[in-house]
Design a protein around this ligand. Sequence first.
Ligand code: FES
Length: 119
Amino acid sequence: MSEAPRGELVCNASDVQVNQAVRILVDDYPVAIVRDSEGVLHAIGDTCSHADVSLSEGDVEGSTIECWGHGSQFDLRTGEPLSLPAFEPVPVFALTLDGDSVYVDVTNVLNGAPAPDLN
Ligand code: FES
């Protein structure tokens, strides 16, 4: 039995392949839905904490995603950068699967990073 959906329906899980990231918008706020090398889905803020670069355009490897801007890698589970020049985490959001439906709650930041400023 799956959990009750929380947050917004953002995509189908089957649309996100292993080692792939998809950019979606929740109330105009960009979120990256990422499937890691183990097949686990993650929801993180799509904008690199170093500069205005979309992380979903980067490479997924293991449980990390690499920003194409200057090469910082972020841990998909914690949002923490694992290499410079980024030194601040990106937010990690609560993600719920209900069958093939992916729900993300951008008001539920799991890692202590600043919550998005939604208008
Ligand atoms: S923009 Fe991401 S590391 Fe610089």
